[in-house]
Design a protein around this ligand. Structure first.
Ligand code: HEC
Ligand code: HEC
Ligand code: HEC
Ligand code: HEC
Ligand code: HEC
Ligand code: HEC
Ligand code: HEC
Ligand code: HEC
Ligand code: HEC
Ligand code: HEC
Ligand code: HEC
Ligand code: HEC
Length: 285
């Protein structure tokens, strides 16, 4: 017996397959495709090496790094990357592909610092060197003066590591205000170094002639208040005109010579016996 069901099913499948062949793209079209023709003009010119901005279309980080902070490394990428886009995980050759500093540089800072990339962590921004242990160990090799000064003039700053102040990256200069308040509320930070002229020897204090004497009020409130209110002429004389260095007491005669007769001076050698308070001279009426 012929199984009509099977015959019908086969016919139906053939019909569907034919339709599908008609509507879906199939192998048949490949046969009809025109074969490519030789066009030598396409090969007439050598390719122009990609320019940094073109590499930068895909490698934005490296391009921007060089553009903004590349310094003397702002030449063509391929000067360093003579071979690139050749990484093959099977060969595990990534490190081999990366340019070597020694191709162009000698031992810039001597034989102790040949691990260039430990400090110059990004060759595309060669002078941006982050703060880190490796660098901290080397400060004094290149900067002898600050280390010597800190040692010669012991202060609380001597106890701080260089990178406590010079943090984040090499060359960073901190504000005093990062760690200290002023001597009075809202003292401008630009004042600080007028007296503390040497931050690596902060207790070597000098008073410039135009020192901001409101500073003194932070520690000598009484004297400052008295001096500010006095009607006597010493109220017009700056603290630092008399006290030319911190703690130094002037002699009245430095400015006044010998103002009274010899006899009186012998009887009363101390000026303040009569003039009482140098910061608030009693005035005659
Ligand atoms: C002065 C040499 C130098 C120049 C110029 C330079 N590179 Fe590099 N580049 C290197 C070195 C060295 C490394 C390997 C860094 C590492 O191992 O950490 C590197 C790494 C890379 C990497 C791998 C990822 C990475 O950042 O570590 C890419 C991508 C790259 N460079 C792209 C560029 C592009 C794009 C340019 C130009 C716009 C460029 N480089 C210019 C030296 C250079
Ligand atoms: C069209 C995008 C594109 C362009 C243009 C391009 N690259 Fe790449 N590059 C990649 C990709 C994708 C990788 C692999 C992924 C990665 O490491 O970022 C890569 C990887 C790299 C690497 C590291 C791995 C290796 O095999 O070398 C370097 C170095 C590199 N490119 C340099 C360059 C330089 C130099 C140029 C310009 C001369 C350039 N690239 C242009 C996309 C690009
Ligand atoms: C293809 C050559 C080449 C390679 C590779 C190279 N450099 Fe340079 N680099 C130079 C040139 C050229 C200068 C400028 C030198 C000069 O003016 O004395 C320079 C300058 C520098 C500077 C000073 C930058 C400035 O703006 O003053 C640093 C830092 C530096 N390179 C570090 C490195 C490190 C680290 C590596 C390896 C990761 C490296 N370089 C790889 C060529 C190269
Ligand atoms: C311990 C950290 C450290 C190591 C390691 C190191 N450098 Fe430097 N390098 C510096 C610092 C810091 C500077 C000064 C940066 C500045 O001028 O702001 C510098 C400056 C440079 C300069 C600029 C010229 C100069 O002397 O001022 C070049 C070039 C340079 N380094 C190349 C190299 C090369 C090449 C190596 C590896 C052989 C290397 N450095 C290793 C920290 C380091
Ligand atoms: C490889 C040598 C080298 C090392 C290591 C080094 N420096 Fe420098 N440093 C330089 C050079 C070169 C300059 C730039 C020239 C200059 O201004 O003296 C500089 C500049 C500076 C400046 C800025 C000076 C200014 O006037 O703006 C500071 C701050 C500084 N370094 C602190 C440090 C500290 C802190 C360390 C250690 C954590 C350190 N440096 C490690 C070489 C080095
Ligand atoms: C208490 C904070 C502090 C400490 C600790 C400190 N510095 Fe400084 N350093 C500064 C400040 C603030 C300046 C800016 C001074 C100026 O403007 O004259 C400076 C300036 C510098 C300079 C540039 C000017 C110069 O004097 O040559 C270098 C280099 C430097 N420091 C290196 C160091 C080193 C190295 C150490 C550790 C041995 C160190 N500093 C410790 C705060 C500090
Ligand atoms: C990163 C923090 C830091 C910065 C920035 C800093 N100092 Fe200090 N300084 C200290 C610490 C910590 C001490 C010890 C504790 C204290 O007195 O607050 C100190 C102490 C001092 C002392 C007293 C020293 C002693 O031995 O008694 C003076 C003066 C001083 N700092 C002045 C300055 C001046 C001026 C600046 C800015 C040029 C400055 N400091 C910047 C951390 C800092
Ligand atoms: C007019 C000079 C002068 C100015 C300006 C000045 N100082 Fe002072 N500073 C002094 C004197 C004087 C001392 C006391 C030193 C002593 O005890 O022998 C001192 C002490 C300090 C001390 C030691 C801790 C303390 O309070 O006893 C710190 C910290 C300090 N100054 C920070 C600063 C800061 C921060 C600024 C800027 C906002 C600043 N100074 C501005 C003169 C000045
Ligand atoms: C941070 C605090 C501080 C500041 C700011 C300060 N001094 Fe002083 N001063 C002291 C201390 C502490 C002494 C020593 C202890 C004492 O004798 O009172 C002193 C001592 C003196 C003495 C000597 C006192 C004596 O009996 O021998 C004079 C004078 C003096 N200061 C003047 C000034 C003047 C002027 C200013 C402002 C330009 C100033 N001081 C700013 C803390 C300060
Ligand atoms: C005309 C000169 C003169 C001026 C201006 C002056 N002083 Fe004096 N100061 C002296 C003399 C002189 C003494 C010593 C007085 C004594 O032997 O009793 C002295 C003593 C001091 C003393 C220590 C004794 C005490 O009274 O606490 C302090 C602190 C002081 N001055 C701070 C200041 C401050 C702060 C200012 C500004 C607000 C100031 N002086 C302005 C001359 C002056
Ligand atoms: C740094 C200089 C200086 C020192 C030190 C100094 N004076 Fe004067 N003194 C002056 C000046 C300036 C005047 C105002 C002169 C004028 O305007 O004629 C003055 C005025 C006076 C007057 C007149 C006061 C008035 O209001 O008319 C007396 C009194 C006097 N001084 C006493 C003293 C005595 C006492 C001392 C020591 C304890 C002293 N002076 C230290 C600079 C100084
Ligand atoms: C025995 C008390 C006495 C002594 C000690 C004394 N004076 Fe006087 N001094 C006076 C009297 C009182 C006057 C006011 C006289 C007048 O106005 O004619 C005066 C006035 C002054 C004047 C103001 C002169 C003028 O022309 O306005 C000065 C400046 C002065 N004395 C400085 C000093 C100095 C400096 C000493 C210490 C070397 C000193 N005196 C010691 C009592 C004294």
């Amino acid at each position: 017996m012929v199984n009509y069901r099977i015959i019908l099913t086969v016919c139906a499948l053939v019909f569907v397959a034919t339709l599908a062949g008609f509507f879906l793209p199939g192998d048949a079209s490949a046969v009809e495709r025109k074969l490519p023709q030789v066009d030598t003009s396409l090969y007439a010119e050598m390719p122009i090496p990609l320019q940094p901005a073109e590499c930068g279309q895909c490698h934005g980080g490296q391009f921007l790094g060089l553009r903004d902070s590349g310094g003397k490394h702002r030449f063509a990428c391929q000067e360093c990357h003579q071979v690139f886009h050749a990484y093959n995980p099977r060969k595990n050759n990534y490190d081999e592909l990366m340019p070597l500093c020694s191709t162009c540089h000698g031992q810039q800072h001597g034989a102790k610092k040949i691990d260039c990339l430990n400090c110059h962590q990004n060759p595309h921004t060669p002078l941006q060197i982050p703060a880190m242990d490796r660098l901290a160990k080397a400060c004094a090799d290149c900067h002898t003066a600050p280390a010597k000064e800190l040692k010669k003039f012991p202060s609380a700053h001597t106890e701080q590591g260089c990178q406590t102040c010079h943090h984040d990256k090499h060359g960073y200069i901190p504000d005093c205000a990062e760690c200290h308040d002023g001597h009075y509320d809202d003292q401008p930070v630009q004042d600080c170094m007028s007296c503390h002229t040497r931050v690596h020897a902060p207790l070597q204090i000098g008073f410039p002639r135009d020192a901001n004497v409101k500073t003194c009020s932070g520690c000598h409130d009484n004297v400052y208040g008295k001096w500010q209110r006095t009607p006597s002429k010493h109220g017009q004389v700056s603290c630092v005109t008399c006290h030319q260095a911190h703690g130094k007491i002037p002699d009245c005669t430095e400015c006044h010579g010998v103002p009274h007769n010899k006899k009186q001076m012998e009887l009363f050698p101390k000026c303040l016996t009569c003039h009482i308070d140098v910061h608030d001279l009693p005035i005659k009426n």
